[in-house]
Design a protein around this ligand. Structure first.
Ligand code: SF4
Length: 330
């Protein structure tokens, strides 16, 4: 039964199997619902490229980068190199305003490592984004867990007092053997420390994880989700492993050393993980996306993202399940 956007569903209790009714905002906690609850309406993200690099590329930590990473494959903003952050925001905002005059925005520092720089430089970039218009409600900043320190977190805390602020940490897996295999250049303990040092500052914390990394078992992916539950992060982005050109992973794939998940494997997998995910963690993304299809080597699922999401919801519905159905507080 649907009541507006709310869906009234009959679900077995996760505690003792007794049937009870739950009023839920769909089958999982979407970012769009989080924004509606907080701001009363939809918030649009404006991705920007701020000409950062990454310590796993420039030789500070490593020079090859993570084996799967080729930023132009997932960030449209990379194409805007050479245009100031403020101009990027103004241009994207003006476009969106034509269609949605009442739109409000979150500026997304997406490409590479967006806290990798001197504090004054970071402040200048974030200020440019926030000063571009009054309807910018805040920032989302993607970074590595080894690229924050007390000084950077202090300035982010200052922004969080005045704006809405998400700090997105790339984790990918809670298993150090996996992190080594994909050449992350940091371990899981570094992520845990970064999350602990970010907590209590009014900053919303999310984590990116990748499903289907070669050598990882389903059980290990569940353990990654359980780590996020234990740390009580605020959000998660799920990606499936994608092999894109110009990456070390592509070389392994072309040598026949990498297998990617089929859609038929991914849907039950992501549903299993959602069932274990704490119901209070906001799901920012359910599936990865390669924006330039010419760059994608595998997998080719030949299905639009919106239809894949529908399939995931249908599977949860078929199971009479939902995010957190098997969640246990540890
Ligand atoms: S995924 Fe992030 S951390 Fe890894 S090489 Fe790419 S930009 Fe750097």
């Amino acid at each position: 039964m649907c009541i507006g956007r709310m869906r009234l569903i009959l679900v077995p209790s996760n505690a003792c199997g007794v049937i009870h009714m739950a009023i839920k905002y769909g089958w999982y906690y979407r970012l769009s619902e989080f924004f509606r609850k907080r701001f009363g309406h939809r918030i649009y993200k404006i991705p920007v490229h701020a000409a950062f690099t990454c310590p796993n590329r420039d030789g500070t930590i490593g020079s090859g980068g993570c084996t799967f990473c080729y930023n132009p494959s997932f960030s449209l903003a990379v194409a805007q190199e050479g245009i100031s952050v403020r101009e990027q925001v103004e241009q994207a905002r003006a476009q969106k305003k034509k269609k949605y005059p009442k739109a409000r925005f979150l500026v997304y520092f997406q490409s590479y490592t967006n806290t990798y720089g001197e504090v004054e430089h970071l402040r200048n970039l974030y200020d440019q984004a926030l000063a571009a218009a009054e309807d910018i409600v805040g920032l989302a900043i993607a970074t590595r867990p080894d690229c924050v320190n007390r000084e950077i977190l202090d300035i982010l805390e200052g922004y969080a007092k005045r704006y809405h602020l998400w700090l997105e940490y790339g984790l990918q897996s809670a298993h150090n053997a996996t992190l080594d295999r994909i050449n992350r250049g940091h371990d899981c303990e570094t992520f845990i420390k970064a999350v602990q040092e970010t907590k209590g500052r009014g900053i919303f914390i999310s984590a990116h994880i990748i499903l289907g990394v070669p050598g990882e078992r389903r059980e290990q992916m569940r353990q990654t989700v359980e780590l996020l539950n234990r740390l009580a992060v605020d959000g998660v982005k799920f990606h499936h492993l994608q092999v894109v050109k110009n990456t070390p992973l592509a070389n392994d794939y072309l040598r026949g050393q990498v297998q990617t998940l089929t859609l038929d494997e991914y849907i039950p997998l992501i549903c299993d993980l959602l069932e274990h995910l704490s119901p209070r963690i906001v799901v920012h993304r359910l599936v990865g996306e390669t924006l330039d299809h010419d760059l994608l080597l595998a997998p080719h699922w030949e299905k639009q993202k919106s239809l894949i999401i529908q399939d995931i919801e249908s599977e949860l519905k078929r199971r009479k399940s939902y995010q957190g159905f098997l969640y246990r507080k540890l």
